[in-house]
Design a protein around this ligand. Structure first.
Ligand SMILES: [Zn+2]
Ligand SMILES: [Zn+2]
Length: 353
């Protein structure tokens, strides 16, 4: 079928193109896209000729012959694809699936893609292809949409929101009443702030240089905010609040923030990060002090379990992630990217229908 998708032109701007989309194979599903969020990874992966967009929500139009869990009309959220067959998948650690790196580039196991432009193959990043009117996804990428929110508000749950909340709830697993700080409060960091509040952390410290993000962090339950543009020593500012943190989460990948997290962390402290290219190598002394660092991909989330849980929290009013969304019509994709890059919006979501 013919679909409309946003691809990057040679000048780097997105333009709307008419693509061909194959019918779903046995284990795939055709989804009419309702909306798709713009994630930081989309910005990083520009200029590489992928069909971007991996925070998709939509409605199932057609299921492959062997798909049992989804039928036409089902409302779904799309997350990452996993094989369901390797030892990690069988052990409920789908986020460590042997095939994830393979799926990242958008290829099916045989190297093909359902998308093409004038006969040339187009690969959808992470096998989603959300910046289009329709997409064909693997059934394992889908989670049924539940709860009170409309479909377009659900788009970012499958990547940014799940990753931020999961890094706290599934990886750090903070003890109630202990201090936690989030370094970098974009959509991932703000989801982590919400999760830290639900876990009962105290204080919850938000660190960023953009004041609008910090105000949202306060609205989301942060007890303290540190504007990095207004303080000399970030680690000292953290210690002034509570003497040091037991849990730290970095979403920025920024060297200054990572080097501030290191001395702010208490003995026995647990820290992690998802910022691209940013990690901490603790010294022997720090390791002897029990400080640990991890990079929990996707926030160690099993989408089909974690997303319904987050949406139930949303319905109870405890997880109002939709407040950080700013909607754009699909044809304003260039503006959405510009606003995100310049920090004017926290979570742009493109609306296709
Ligand atoms: Zn993402
Ligand atoms: Zn697997």
């Amino acid at each position: 079928m013919k679909i409309t998708a946003a691809l990057e032109s040679d000048s780097g701007m997105f333009i709307m193109e008419e693509l061909d989309l194959e019918d779903p194979r046995n284990d795939e599903v055709l989804v009419k896209v309702a909306a798709c969020g713009v994630c930081h990874t989309d910005m990083v992966m520009r200029g590489r000729h992928y069909l971007l967009g991996h925070e998709t929500s939509g409605t199932v139009v057609k299921s492959g012959k062997k798909v049992r869990a989804f039928k036409p009309g089902d409302r779904v959220v799309v997350a990452y694809t996993y094989c369901g067959k390797c030892s990690a998948c069988k052990d409920d650690r789908t986020y460590e699936c042997d095939c994830i790196h393979h799926f990242f580039g958008g290829e099916r196991p045989d190297g093909s893609t359902p998308f093409s432009l004038s006969g040339r193959q187009v690969f959808p990043l992470m096998r989603q292809g959300g910046f289009s009117t329709y997409t064909v996804c693997h059934e394992k990428a889908l989670t049924r949409a539940v709860g009170a929110l409309d479909l377009k508000s659900l788009a970012p749950v499958g990547c940014g929101v799940m990753t931020g909340a999961g890094s706290v709830m599934n990886y750090l697993k903070p003890e109630k009443g202990k201090p936690l700080a989030v370094f970098g409060t974009g959509a991932v960091g703000l989801s982590a702030v919400l999760a830290a509040g639900i876990c009962g952390c105290n204080p919850v410290i938000a660190v960023d240089k953009i004041s609008t993000r910090l105000s949202m962090a306060c609205e989301f339950g942060a007890t303290h905010c540190i504007n990095t543009g207004e303080v000399e020593d970030i680690a000292a500012s953290v210690r002034d609040i509570c003497g040091g943190i037991d849990y730290g989460f970095d979403t920025s990948g920024n060297r200054l923030l990572l080097e501030s997290l290191r001395p702010a962390l208490n003995k026995g402290g647990k820290a992690c990060g998802v910022g691209i290219g940013g990690s901490i190598n603790f010294s022997n002394k720090e390791r002897n002090d029990g400080k640990t660092w991890g990079s929990p991909d996707t926030g160690w989330s099993v989408p089909q379990k974690f997303i319904p849980y987050l949406l139930s929290l949303q319905e109870e009013g405890k997880f109002p992630f939709e407040k950080m969304i700013h909607f754009y019509p699909f044809n304003q994709i260039n503006q959405a990217f510009k606003d995100a890059e310049e920090g004017r919006t926290i979570k742009p979501v493109l609306v296709m229908e």
